[in-house]
Design a protein around this ligand. Structure first.
Ligand SMILES: [Zn+2]
Ligand SMILES: [Zn+2]
Length: 160
């Protein structure tokens, strides 16, 4: 099974009927994620992928072990989070299937299917509700904007 680790295009001609599985080290920094305020942490990311190819359909299931960054809700410094949601996508070359928004149609002789949307969705669903750079982040001073993780300012007395 061939997958381009920067464009996330799966080469359908490399799949055999039945079950296909593989492990891929992704170049997450090269991928155009296009998610506001989210970017990949510059570290190794591994995608475990299973593709079930039956008739003219491809059911893709996977797990992405990767770390992303988003601004801390209190101080705006990078807060990291792991992708916890599973990857799932269905592609089909069967033009007679009823319209189903969960099935991505691909041309009958199409060679590639993009997993980008499926991975992007898993990243978005894994975003923490309250991202924090660390659990006890003290945030910024509301008056002068000083980073209270680095010390106090004139608006915060000791012990406050
Ligand atoms: Zn913070
Ligand atoms: Zn202050």
């Amino acid at each position: 099974m061939l997958l381009d680790c920067a464009s996330l295009l799966l080469d359908l001609s490399s799949l055999r009927q039945g079950s296909n599985s593989g492990r891929f080290e992704l170049d997450t920094v090269a991928i155009a994620w296009g998610i506001d305020d989210v970017r990949p942490a510059p570290m190794k990311a591994v995608l475990d992928l299973d593709v079930s190819f039956r008739d003219q359909s491809f059911i893709c299931r996977g797990r992405l072990a990767a770390v992303f960054e988003t601004p801390c809700a209190r101080c705006m410094a990078p807060a990291t989070f792991r992708v916890t949601e599973p990857i799932f996508a269905v592609f089909s070359m069967d033009g007679s299937l009823e319209e189903d928004p969960s099935i991505v149609k691909i041309p009958r002789n199409g060679r590639f299917a993009s997993l980008l949307d499926a991975l992007r969705e898993a990243v978005i669903l894994s975003l923490p509700g309250l991202p924090l750079c660390r659990e006890d982040c003290r945030g910024l001073c509301h008056v002068c904007g000083a980073d209270l993780n680095e010390g106090t300012c004139e608006h915060t007395g000791p012990g406050e």
